[in-house]
Design a binder for this molecule. Structure first.
Ligand SMILES: Nc1ncnc2c1ncn2[C@@H]1O[C@H](COP(=O)(O)OP(=O)(O)OP(=O)(O)O)[C@@H](O)[C@H]1O
Length: 771
């Protein structure tokens, strides 16, 4: 037996011991959990028998309230402890299968023996020996594993920096409590394990990368010094992965104060949300709040407008039915210039120009727009617009109360009383009786009865009006926004184009259609006028695929979450929307006024084989910075076909071959949803294919047909680009790059006639030409 084999045996023995300890711990937890559950059930059952309810006099009532409070606290304490024991049980169950993935031997300065530290997804403490059998990968000492090669090393502990020597670094692949692979490495994280991990098949759920986090990724994950962390990184360099492990790290580090609901992730679409939803639970953490910017917009505007989604906008732009005016409009409406123009406009509105709607009840004006305007502008101009607007709403509500009282005597109220449902009548009576208004069994006092009923009827009838006022519907927001398009704007130097943009915008508003480019500025303006509905509880906001956010949207998010640190991750080479921030993320530092902003650039790409990365980076005009991870595969194929029928034929045989090669996730990426539908119709009789043309479809295994813009952020074992000839416009270079970079192991690009110019520019050595 070699020394290495003996070492492996020793390590397996340790795994066995740890797993045995874990089994004891889970047995213990299970009985404890059973007991806790029984306690909860019992307390719930006995809740009222264990409290003495006595409301005879005020002292007794206070005592009763205290007794209920005590009982409720006891119950919630037991429930809390049950939930945390349950979470620990689940984590230990995971550790039983694979207790750890790494080991480091670290000799602290001044110590004679190195400490052996085993790293897993969570820590496991042995009460008997009072030692950690497994250290959490997020513990301070664990950073040594990610950051250092053998030799001198140090890590930052709560009490200061600890110096020492790293004597050993070992990686394990453990499955079902058996060591399947074990490597010693001098590198920060050796390539061997990474090779194995990256060579595997893609999944419909993203995986955690804790065993193989790279040093530069670790710097993102553990960054706690900046309130604004910007990560620019090539396709496949692990931005999303780093973001998710960072959430897990923060939840661990600040576990006393930070809960998953204090962390929000903005992602590009719902499909992506479901793709990443498993990473944190896999690491034993609860998922953060996941959302999309569009969901926020819809929540606030979809009642009032038909709101265009970014995908609908994209589809229109790609189909070529939009003109250059729209493109100009999109760019301008997403720009800092327009943001500033809106801020300035609100300053002017503070003095004059706000527009209001008449408040009507039963088609008659109760409070006119003029009255509201006059009231608003009599308020102290030193106060902010939102503050005055809230005062105005308050005043309107008071005026409304008067109008409501006047209304009670009107004939329509009497009519409504006659029609009052018996059931409502009885309910009303019971309520009144409860309030001790009547002592007898009926509304025996006719006048009072009439009073109560008419008050009830008018209150009910005024309810929608009151709600509309609470919603600030008395503001003519459409009119206020429209006025912006009746003025000249700096930043739009071409007046003819600007006039066209104005004309189109006003037309859309009239139709109650809010185009995608108008939605954010419209809402921003509205919130500047009525006050932002901010959420101060959220402490960390992550924005993935941030290149698709406009400066406007960043400014917006900053306002909604005023206390949150921002982690912004994106790749400017994947800016696919017309409004995208394609220049640089640098402007964010001045736009978002945050402490210690930091920009980290990632250049090493892990997703795709070396051959695919070399090819895809040649699509870019400036892709030189991207470094592929050293994993080899076939060169991408660029396949020329005579017509669509041949293309479908060839596509079928390519996909079939990939299936035979056991690729589980195969994507046929089309340029648009329209094209995706057409290809699906042609392919569905030939192959088992699924159409994913809508962001609400869950990501599925097998062969899928998907439009370009929905494929962003996700990855597939093999990718076929359907008809690359269609990507002709220079604007679509980045879109083409984005779709090609979705491939992990295989990439085939099909075209009819002429390939797109970006392929023509690539060196022929980088791909296999098939004619
Ligand atoms: N350190 C790592 N260890 C193992 N796998 C990694 C590592 N970093 C990245 N990967 C893998 O590389 C692939 C790409 O990662 P990810 O999706 O996070 O990249 P990205 O930068 O967000 O990509 P894109 O911008 O193209 O959407 C994933 O399969 C991920 O698991």
């Amino acid at each position: 037996m070699t020394t290495w084999n003996r070492e492996q045996e020793r390590e397996q023995k340790r795994v066995d011991e740890v797993v045995q300890n874990l089994s004891q711990a889970t047995d213990h937890l299970q009985s404890h959990l059973g007991g806790k559950k029984a306690d909860v059930v019992q307390i719930r059952k006995d809740f009222w028998s264990d409290v003495t309810v006595n409301l005879d006099d005020p002292d007794d009532a206070i005592e009763t309230a205290a007794s209920i409070k005590q009982q409720a606290e006891l119950l919630s304490e037991i429930e809390r402890s049950h939930t945390s024991a349950e979470a620990q049980f689940k984590t230990y169950e995971k550790l039983k299968n694979s207790p750890y993935f790494g080991r480091i031997d670290f000799k602290e300065e001044g110590e004679s023996e190195p400490e052996k530290v085993y790293l897993g997804i969570a820590s496991f403490y042995d009460e008997e020996t009072l030692t950690f059998l497994v250290h959490d990968w997020r513990a301070p000492i664990s950073s040594l594993y990610y950051d250092h090669s053998l030799g001198e090393a140090q890590y930052r502990a709560p009490g200061g920096v600890i110096q020492g020597d790293l004597d050993l670094k070992r990686q394990f692949i453990i499955k079902n409590a058996k060591i399947e692979g074990m490597f010693d490495t001098g590198e920060a994280i050796g390539d061997e394990l990474l090779q194995q991990v990256l060579g595997k098949q893609a999944n419909t759920q993203m995986k955690s990368i804790v065993a193989t986090i790279q040093k530069e990724q670790n710097a993102i994950i553990r960054n706690t010094s900046s309130d604004l962390l910007i990560v620019q990184g090539a396709a496949g360099c692990g931005k999303t992965s780093a973001a998710l492990q960072r959430v897990a790290y923060l939840l661990y580090r600040d576990r006393e104060t930070l809960q998953s609901q204090h962390v929000v992730l903005f992602s590009p679409n719902n499909m992506f949300n479901s793709y990443v939803a498993n990473v944190l639970p896999e690491l034993g953490e609860e998922n953060m709040e996941q959302t999309t910017f569009q969901a926020y917009i819809n929540h606030h505007l979809a009642d009032q407008f038909l709101v265009e989604t970014p995908f609908e906008q994209m589809e229109e732009l790609l189909s070529g039915s939009s003109d250059s005016v729209r493109l100009e409009g999109i760019r301008f409406k997403a720009s800092v210039d327009f943001l500033k123009a809106i801020q300035k406009y609100v300053d002017q509105l503070s003095v004059s120009g706000l527009m209001f709607n008449d408040i009507k009840f039963r088609e008659k004006t109760v409070i006119s727009a003029k009255q509201i305007r006059e009231f608003f502008y009599t308020l102290d101009k030193n106060e902010t617009v939102p503050y005055r607007m809230k005062n105005t709403a308050h005043w309107i509500l008071e005026e409304l109360k008067k109008a409501e009282r006047r209304e009670r005597k009107k004939p329509w109220v009497e009519k409504e009383i006659q029609l009052l449902d018996q059931h409502v009548y009885t309910k009303l009576y019971e309520q009144l009786q409860k309030r001790n208004k009547y002592r007898d069994d009926s509304f025996n006092d006719l006048a009072s009865e009439q009073k109560v009923l008419s008050a009830y009827i008018t209150r009910l009838a005024f309810k929608p009006v009151r709600e509309a006022i609470e919603n600030f519907d008395f503001l003519d927001m459409k009119g206020i926004y429209a006025k912006l398009f009746q003025m000249n704007q700096k930043g739009m130097t071409d007046y003819r184009t600007w006039n066209e943009v104005c004309k189109n915008t006003l037309y859309n508003l009239k139709q109650n259609f809010l185009s995608n480019e108008d939605a954010t500025p419209f809402l921003y303006l509205k919130e500047l006028v009525i006050g932002f509905q901010s959420n101060a509880a959220v402490r960390h906001v992550f924005i993935d695929e941030a290149q698709d956010f406009s400066p406007f949207q960043f400014a917006f998010i900053q306002r909604i979450f005023p206390r949150a640190n921002l982690t912004i991750l994106g790749d400017l080479n994947q800016s696919i929307y017309a409004h995208s921030s394609d220049n640089s993320f640098g402007m964010l530092e001045s736009l978002l006024d945050k402490k210690n902003p930091e920009i980290i650039t990632l250049t090493r790409s892990y997703r795709s084989t070396k051959e695919i990365v070399e090819f895809t980076k040649s699509i870019l005009q400036d892709g030189g910075e991207i470094i592929p991870f050293n994993r080899s595969g076939e060169k991408p194929a660029v396949v020329k076909l005579n017509d669509d029928a041949c293309l479908i034929e060839e596509l079928e045989s390519t996909v079939q071959k990939w299936k035979n090669d056991n690729h589980d996730t195969i994507a046929i990426i089309c340029r648009t949803a329209k094209e995706s539908y057409a290809v699906y119709e042609k392919m569905k009789t030939r192959l088992d294919v699924k159409l994913m043309a809508n962001e609400n479809t869950a990501f599925q295994k097998g062969t899928i047909i998907i439009p370009s813009y929905l494929a962003k952020g996700i990855e597939f074992d093999a990718v076929a680009i359907y008809n690359a000839s269609a990507y002709q416009n220079e604007r679509e270079r980045k879109l083409f790059y984005t779709v090609c970079t979705r491939a992990m192991h295989e990439l085939s690009v099909f075209y009819i006639g002429e390939p797109c110019p970006f392929i023509k520019e690539a060196s022929k050595e980088l791909y296999e030409e098939v004619k």
